[in-house]
Structure formats: C-alpha cells, structure tokens
Write a protein that binds this ligand. Sequence first.
Ligand code: AN7
Length: 367
Amino acid sequence: MAHQWRGVIREYAERLPVTEATKVITLGEGGTPLVHAQKLSELTGSEVYLKVEGMNPTGSFKDRGMTMAMTAAVEAGAKAVVCASTGNTSASAAAYATAAGLKCAVLVPEGKISMGKLSQAIAHGATLLQVDGNFDNCLDIARKLGEAYPVFLVNSVNPARIQGQKTGAFEVVDSLGDAPDIHVLPVGNAGNITAYWKGYKEYSAPFETANGTLPAVSTKTPVMWGFQAAGAAPFVAGHPITEPDTIATAIRIGNPASWETAVAARDESGGLIEAVTDDEILAAHRWLSAKEGVFVEPGSAAGVAGLIKKHAAGEVPSGKTIVITVTGHGLKDPQWALRTEDGSDVQPVKVPNDVVTVAAELGLEEN
Ligand code: AN7
C-alpha cells in the first residue's frame, strides 16, 4: 500500500512532547536518505554512510527542529517568532512560520550568509534584518527579544528544537537496524550534536511514554565525533571565540549556545570535537560531489573533512559502521563548486550549434 512519510512529529509522535490534540505544523521533513558512501568506505575499510539532510523541505536538517518549534509556538498562542541565524535556521523558520500563519523575524550577520539562504527567508516573507555583528551578537539580541517582547524564540536554545532534531538519530537506527559505531557531524551552535546524542540515548534504553514503556530499539550508542572549522573552534580552544572566521559561514559561530550538552555528548560517548581547516573543508566538499555524487554546502562537509583527516592520521578503525550527517544542500551556496583547487574560476567550454564540433570537443569518434 502507498505510504507517504508524514513528517517527523507524526512518525515519532510517541517519543516527542506532543498529544493527540496538538496542531502539527509540518512540511513533510525527515525521512532523508542514508546513502552508502562508496569511496569513503573504500578509503577507511569501514562501512561509511551519509545522512543526507539537504533532502529536507528547506534543504537542511533545521527543518526537523523547526516543525517542533513552530508547533510549540502555535500551541503557546504566539503570533510572531524570531531567530538568529547563519542562514539555514532563518530559511527554515521563514518557511515553517508561513505554514503556521505566524509572522517571522530573522536576524543574520551582515554579508555572512549565502545567497540561497537569504533568498529563502525573503521568499517566505520573513522580515530579515542584517545585523552589524556576527551570529553570536544576533543570538544575544534574539534571546533578549524573546524575553522582553511578544515574540517566540525558535533558536535551538528552545528545547523543542532539540526534541525534533533527535529524530535524525532515530532514522539512522531504523535504517541500519542498530546504532552505528561512530557518528560524525559538523558542530556550530552545537544543537545538532546535542540532539543526536539525546536521540541515540533514548533509542538504546526503555523509554517512558504517556501510554506505557517502549522497549530499547538499539543495543548500543555510537561514539560522537564533532568537527568545527579551525577559525571558529571554541570547543577545541576550550573557550568562546570573539572573532570566528571561516568560509563555511553556516558554522561561523564563536559562542555555541548548547555548550554543556555538546561537551556531555562528546565525553559520555567517549568521542571528540576537533577542528578542520577551510582547505580541508573544501577538499571534502569536492570529494562528496566528485566521488560520492552528493552535493552539500561547505559547512556540511566539515564532518567528512574530519573523517578524512582522522583516517590520514591512522585514527579511523576499519570494519566498523560510520554515519556522517551532511547537514545542508549544495545549492544553498553553489559558488564553491565553480572554483578549482587552485582558486581560479571554472569556465564552461563554449561550442557552436553543431554536432560534429560538439562530438570532437567530447573526444567522441563516430561509430
Ligand atoms: C549546514 O542556521 O546555526 O551545531 O543559524 O547550517 O547544530 O549549530 C546553522 C548551523 C551545520 C551546525 N551545518 O549545526 C543557523 C545555524 C549546517 C548548518 C550547522 C549549521 P549546530
């Protein structure tokens, strides 16, 4: 029988803070593909999978949390929502606010968000303000607005966001039949590493619901490996960074909101949070598109960059199952694909309107 995926709240309702009476705001998020990464698997001798979150309705993992945050906003009787963002949260908030019939204001760092994300927020009718400051400054203002003004905050400091995002871990386990040995992902504001760890823990133990106890689904939890951009790596430094800098604007964050819970995810899982350089991020971005067939935005490649780096250092075990969340779609920020490794622009070859010349240019000989 035909079955259409119903969005993460309806698919995982018994494990989320909703009731039968809850009015669910959804765009059909989740149910994203877990793609076997052939070349990364060959490289490492482990089975490597990519959780392709660019397949969500607005092109990033943020939709998993936003369906919950917007549902909570409606339940709370909010009329307007606000968020700070490096781009993807604002795109997601704008779309889900539209679906909920709420006003949406987004605060973004001026000049530091990609054109694709900017255009999404505008297209969905959000009021977009470019703040003369970085993401951390935007988040400070958004939090204060949420406290002192009649707007509902939908950043991941809102626990509803983490609840929704934990479904990424559920889907991985449901696809593989058990938790992977290692879960790798980029770390910015640190909501996602927090959410995945929460999801993996909940799936590995009996879970209390309003209607009784659900049995454990997985036999184990993975080791969590997080990777930050080297110019924006507060977890590596051990303290906030006041002037974060990286070409991966999605993760250009110096003072992560979910600090303690990310450290707990790292330490309880026996994992790590390390840094990768912008060059390593761009090399991983090229690897994914040219070798695996998966197009992501630069920030999303940080986890893959981390795995390749750890492999080069002899620190990736073989014979294991490894999942890497690639967090956002390549079309969000496509300019990076049009640069060659030496930094020059790719120039498409121009040809006349003629099959013989086109065949010659392609190196084809007539049969
Ligand atoms: C593609 O949109 O913070 O560690 O404001 O867009 O959970 O913050 C985006 C973050 C990774 C980091 N990959 O996740 C925002 C924002 C992509 C992202 C991250 C982001 P967190």
